[in-house]
Design a protein around this ligand. Sequence first.
Ligand SMILES: Nc1ncnc2c1ncn2[C@@H]1O[C@H](COP(=O)(O)OP(=O)(O)OP(=O)(O)O)[C@@H](O)[C@H]1O
Ligand SMILES: [Mg+2]
Length: 207
Amino acid sequence: MKVNKKESIYQALIEGEAKPFLKEPFQGLYLLPSSIDLVGLELELSDLEKREYVLRDFLEETNLNGKDLLSTFDFIFIDSPPSLSLITVNILCASQGVVIPLQCEYYALEGLSLLVKTVRGIKEAFNPELRLFGMVLMMYDPRNRLTHEVAEEVKKHFKWIVFETVIPRSVKVSEAQSFGKPILDYEPNHKVSEAFRKLAEEFLGRL
Ligand SMILES: Nc1ncnc2c1ncn2[C@@H]1O[C@H](COP(=O)(O)OP(=O)(O)OP(=O)(O)O)[C@@H](O)[C@H]1O
Ligand SMILES: [Mg+2]
């Protein structure tokens, strides 16, 4: 998706003004996309006194069309980079819960315990409200032995938080992306779309 620099999260954090825009055709879904400038944000944040809380303060203090951001939306989902950086710390400090999407591959397992430890560490040091909300097995391919092994291993260690719904692997996902569309819009009745809807229900059921 082509991002107008003025409508990016970087600009929003720097200027303290949010301009999320409505994503057609989904009623009620607003986006505030990332942009390449975020690479520089890391450095810009590192000198600030309350550098862990820049995103949290932004979310708490920003108005959108005269109403504050937090009461405008039922949910705010923040897509995080996979690595632990000051940006990730900001996201964890601004959040109430963490959902971890997990690719059914071995290397994904390796980082998982570290990530869970990090979430606990942030909870203790910065954000007591933070909760590990769930893990989702992504790119699930029942014909692949590795998928079963990874799923079993994850459930062995984190049984109580793994969502029952798995997201199947399908080329339709990258196909939809190549058209710049979410899979739910591109093929609403596809098994991946059905899985995402089921996941949303399961998510709501855990609130
Ligand atoms: N269910 C799926 N089936 C097949 N391919 C998928 C599926 N989900 C995602 N992909 C493909 O995997 C790639 C990465 O997906 P995505 O961007 O969602 O992952 P990510 O973990 O957020 O990556 P990044 O770390 O770069 O942010 C994309 O090319 C996408 O098309
Ligand atoms: Mg990503």
